[in-house]
Each structure stands twice: as structure tokens, then as C-alpha cells.
Design a protein around this ligand. Sequence first.
Ligand code: HEM
Length: 348
Amino acid sequence: MHFIKLNNLLVIALVSTSLLSSYAYPGFNFDWGGRNHGSRGGISYGLSPQFYQFSCPQANDIVMSVLEKAMAKNMRIAASLLRLHFHDCFVQGCDASILLDDSPAIVSEKNSGPNKNSIRGFEVIDEIKAKLEEACPQTVSCADILALAARGSTILSGGPNWELPLGRRDSRTASLIGSNNNIPPPNATIQNLITFFKRQGLDEVDLVALSGAHTIGVARCATFKQRLYNQNGKNEADVSIERTFYFGLKTMCPRSGGDNNISPLDFGSPRMFDNTYFKFILQGRGLLNSDQVLLSGGVIKTQELVKKYAQDEAFFFQQFAMSMIKLGNLRPITGFNGQVRKNCRRVN
Ligand code: HEM
């Protein structure tokens, strides 16, 4: 049984996950029913935290050591890896489809609107995979590497830890259309955001907590320019942006050009996983439209959650951990239609 710092609810959920799935037989996955058995109310019956206990006990240590080295060179990689897991899970489930390169049989998700010139971190995943192939050949899936890297990145940035269900298998397909259609855009309204998350089985609590990932990392000018110059089609700025912040953003993001200039998503502490992202939203300093509408979009539930997370960092951490488990449990492949890729960029 596993005791962790989170609340009772999560401890119960994790224990029952273990008992109901492959707890007694780590490293084996008996859920051969294929897809869509993944997530029921945050509990995944096909996955187990002990999955690699015997087959690759050092898996997490290998992931963490590669991450530490990569972050020592450039802290931003933590943010990029956290985002990579999100963009994987929202497109045909957490199956590492995002890692596949173009090939005669594959149209890569890397060229979708949300990913092109934006998503990064692939080389670090390659390095982790190469080390894992040396230590435990064809054992740890690329989809699990993405989930482990997302958790490790959160921890090494100062955020919460959680017990991570494992045992995902890798897809043989990618979906460019899915990537274009399922990942929410930065100019989304609050209703859009809620709809995109609902489609994945995630609720408003997950939406606000997971948006808290924007406590680390950066965004390109192109993703928030509309707010500065033409929010409503009348060449006017978004009135919800705080004035000083607005003028600062305009110097970083001029009306024409500069689309690839970058700004931190959380100006207070861009490298630290904390709750300042929510404090900034309360001050009208959310960077993306999708950040600010959590407060200003007119939905009481998300508004209240932003306030709560801004007040209580421990509460945010706890909810973030639970929502990350739900995110990671989205439609994992646990059956014969998946595989453990040798190279994350191509199917075996
Ligand atoms: C709620 C809807 C969301 C929208 C509309 C959104 C949109 C964006 C955009 C536009 C960027 C900047 C991309 C660029 O400049 O090229 C970004 C960055 C980022 N997003 Fe999100 N995001 C959302 C939710 C999430 C979630 C759920 C996570 C993770 C759990 C996440 C993690 C990140 C991170 C860490 C970065 C910084 C990446 C880096 O610096 O490389 N986002 N997001």
C-alpha cells in the first residue's frame, strides 16, 4: 500500500487502482481489451504504478538523471516536456502518437497547427529512450516515458509528486487531424475550453488545475498578439489586460513582425512550479486569452478555482497531481494493438 502526501481520496483511488489491475503481477498487463478501457473517474484499470517493478526497476531513475542534465543546460525543457505529454494525451489518448515522424505510413502530428514551430523536447525523449533501451531492451514504452518525463519535470521545477500509473503501450498510428481538432487554441473562450476538456472526459477542475502548468515555460508572441491589437475585430486591445503589463507586452510583441519573440507565461517565476500563475491572473496579467478567461470568462466555477489556487498553493498542487493522473489515463493502449517502440520516432 502506498502512502503519499495527497488527500485521502487520492490514496484510496491509487490503492484500488493497484488492486484492480496488475498490482499482483507488475510488468504484465492483463487488460487485453484494447483501447478505451483507460480512464473511469480518474482510475485506470489497465495501468499500475508498479508496472516496471521487476522488468525495469531503474526506469524512473534513468528518466530523472537525463532530465536533471537537460535542465541544467536549459530549464525550459521541463515546460516543453510537460506540454508534450498534454499534446500526446489529447490526441487518440496517451500513446506517444506525437513522437512519430513523417514516413510513408505516418502523417506526423508534429506539423499540426498547435505543434508546428512550437512543440519541443523530442531530443530529450530520444536520449531517455536510448538509455532505457540499453538498460531494459524493448520494455518501457514511449508513452510511459512521456508520462514519467512530465512528472519528473514538474518535480524538478519545484512542483508536486504523484504516484504514476504505468503500462501504456505505443500506437502504430498518428492523427494530424486529431491534433488540429482536439488541442484547444490560445484564443479560446471559456466555453470552448470547457468543451475541449469535456470531450476528453475532463471537467472544469481539471481545466483550471492543468492550466496551472503555465506556471512554467514561455509562449510566442503569435499566440497572444490578437489580445494586444485586435481582440474584438475592431483593432482594440483586450480590456482585461492590466495596463502596465499591456505596455510591457507591446514592446515585446510589436504590431507587425516579432511573431517568434517569446514571453514567460508566468512573469513572476517562469522557471518555478508554484501558484504565482494564478496570482497573476487575479491581477489581469494572464498571458494567453485562455489563461485570463479562467477568471474573466463569466463562469463562476473556474473563477472561484483561480482564486482558491492563488490563495492556497498546497491545494493547487494536490489538485494538479490528481488532474495529471486523469490526463495520463486518457485512453491508453494496453492491448495487442499497441507495441513498445524501439525508437520513439517510428513504429517497429
Ligand atoms: C487550457 C488550454 C491550453 C491552451 C489554450 C494552451 C496553449 C498554449 C500555448 C499557445 C502555448 C505557447 C505555445 C507557443 O508559443 O508556441 C503553451 C505553452 C505551454 N503549455 Fe499550454 N495550453 C493549454 C493547456 C495546457 C496544459 C493542460 C498543459 C500541461 C498540463 C500545458 C502546458 C504548457 C507548458 C508547460 C507550456 C510552455 C512550453 C514551453 O515553454 O516550451 N498547457 N500552451
